[in-house]
Design a binder for this molecule. Structure first.
Ligand SMILES: *Cc1c(COP(=O)(O)O)cnc(C)c1O
Length: 378
């Protein structure tokens, strides 16, 4: 280059345009993209150049959004900094101040707080109702969106998405579904007529407990708006996190197959344990299985503190969906900030434990859980 040392030390690592046929997408860990001249900059605005600035768009985040959209059989998708930011920009693509969102009452705790505490402060009205009952009586003239989860957390209720779509079509309103627990391996809400599908990619899509990310897929007009919200609110995902998430996504199907296979075995083993009051596990989700999570209630028959202390290699965490089996305690974590009466209505009891079934040998998972239950039995 013929420059001084200081100049070289800055420029020596700059990526050359080698057109190297790498097997996987390289990480475009760059906050911005360079331009040769004014015409080149103009090219970004006329569509000849794809990238300007990473908050506005980046090849790695685009790759993730498109990949999940393809799996959901939706036309377009975007990746965001977290599941919650994907939910936020999704809702804001439909609802503005004065509009009403009708949400299922048994949502993920963080979603409940986003809706109840933040979006209401933007002037969006929100009601939480049981989607198992008559939803239509709660629809108002300003209702614009029905919001629910394909499998709810932590009690694993399977939503009747056909019913949700039917009602939305009747009242000409939009629908949005959090598909984090089921994943597109089990359920593809967009194919059933849902407008927006959201994932906490932190969970099964990433799959290895090493990233926080979100993805939103759905109707083109809504995703265009959501993409703009994401840019304006600064909810973009980092290129490296997107790259890791894409790496995880490639094994989604084999991981889910094993998670579900193991979960079915664990659910039936725990149903027969004398320390377990109740096992929550869906009767049916899809022809591919009944889901990767098993929730148990041991309030009456076992001591929760002893159980959680006796888990041996199974760790207690405030998340799910890794390759390792883990347990979480909804009352102390995800559902901690809900009003007491809401916790009670939802069945978030003192002895409720959500088990994220890993990909280990099913027999090892069952014997670790049996050991902890034996120790904790009253
Ligand atoms: C974890 C989770 C979220 C929030 O996702 P983050 O990536 O933590 O922001 C939303 N919905 C469900 C069902 C979740 O499990």
């Amino acid at each position: 280059m013929g420059h001084g040392f200081d100049t070289k030390s800055v420029h020596i690592t700059m990526k050359r345009d080698g057109g190297i046929p790498t097997k996987v997408t390289p990480i475009h860990q760059s906050s911005a993209f360079t331009f040769k001249d004014l015409d080149d900059i103009e090219g970004f605005y006329t569509g000849e150049r794809e990238y300007l600035y990473t908050r506005v768009g980046n090849p790695n985040t685009d790759e993730l959004g498109k990949a999940v959209a393809d799996l959901e059989e939706a036309p377009v998708g975007i990746a965001t900094s977290s599941g919650l930011s994907a939910i936020m920009v999704g809702i804001l693509s439909v609802a503005k101040a004065g509009d009403h969102v009708l949400a299922s009452h048994d949502l993920y705790g963080g979603t409940y707080e986003l809706l109840a505490n933040e979006l209401t402060a933007f002037g969006i009205k929100v009601s939480f109702v049981s989607f198992e009952e008559d939803i239509e009586q709660h629809i108002q003239s300003n209702t614009v969106l029905l919001y629910t989860e394909s499998i709810t957390n932590p009690l694993l209720r399977v939503e009747d998405l056909h019913k949700v779509v039917q009602i939305a079509e009747k009242y000409k309103i939009k629908t949005m579904v959090d598909n984090t627990f089921a994943t597109s391996y089990l359920v593809r809400p967009y194919t059933l007529g849902i407008n927006l599908v959201v994932h906490s990619a932190t969970k099964y899509i990433g799959g290895h407990s090493d990233i926080t990310a979100g993805v939103l897929a759905g109707d083109e007009d809504l995703i265009t708006k959501a993409r703009q919200k994401c840019v304006n609110l600064g909810s973009n995902l980092s290129p490296f996190e997107a790259w890791l998430t894409v790496r995880g996504l490639k094994t989604l199907a084999v991981r889910m197959e094993r998670h579900i296979h193991n979960a079915e075995k664990v659910a039936s083993a725990l149903a027969n344990h004398p320390a377990v009051d109740k096992v929550y596990y869906p009767e049916y989700v899809s022809e591919k299985g009944r889901g990767p999570i098993v929730t148990i209630d041991i309030t009456e028959r076992a001591d929760i503190k002893t159980f959680l202390k006796s888990l041996d290699w199974i760790k207690i965490v405030a998340t799910l969906a890794g390759v390792e089996t883990t347990v979480s305690y909804p009352l102390g974590t995800s559902h901690r900030n809900l009003p007491k009466n809401v916790q009670q209505d939802l069945g978030i009891t003192e002895g409720l434990i959500r088990i994220s079934i890993g990909i280990e040998d099913a027999d090892d998972i069952i014997s670790a859980l049996n050991h902890a239950l034996d120790s904790a039995k009253r």
